[in-house]
Design a protein around this ligand. Structure first.
Ligand code: FES
Length: 155
């Protein structure tokens, strides 16, 4: 990872928030938008610039599920495993997604195209079983619909 580019990106984001460490969540969110995860070098640069212990920045980055310290795929596929979706067969959908993508939940494909995750109820229970790809909702999913869904996103 190019050090100069990291410094430039971090500086730009920190400036946006007035170098205010109380806005760390927004800072990390914006940096994650750039890299699609939070690389170690980025967290170090944030800590150095704000003169904070690195452990504190890591603590926030690991506390919130929305942040990832590992590279994520270009597309994030999330399966809701809340009670309503579970009852309607979410785990069968998850199993099929896992087979098609060749990875278990929580992992990213080697070509960095897809990350597979589970999420708790997102409040759209009537659509269950629900799969979310990036920000798009796919309701009433079944294992047999999984292949064509992934094909839509595969490059
Ligand atoms: S349980 Fe899946 S959206 Fe509520």
């Amino acid at each position: 990872m190019a050090v100069e580019k990291v410094k430039e990106n971090v500086k730009e984001v920190l400036e946006r928030y007035g170098y205010n460490s109380a806005r760390m969540i927004e800072i990390l969110q914006d940096l994650q938008d750039i890299y699609s995860y939070l690389p170690k070098e980025v967290l170090e640069e944030v800590a150095n610039t704000l003169e904070l212990p690195l452990a504190r920045v890591y603590h926030i980055a690991t506390f919130f599920r929305a942040f990832s310290l590992l590279p994520r795929g270009k597309h994030v596929v999330q399966v809701c495993t809340g009670t309503a979706c579970h009852v309607k067969g979410a785990y069968r959908v998850l199993e099929r997604l896992s087979d098609v993508l060749g990875i278990p939940a929580g992992k990213t494909t080697k070509d960095l195209q897809f990350t597979l995750e589970t999420v708790n109820c997102v409040g759209a229970c009537a659509l269950g079983p629900l799969v979310i790809v990036d920000d798009k909702y796919y309701g009433h999913m079944t294992p047999s619909k999984v292949d064509s869904l992934i094909e839509e996103y595969r490059e």
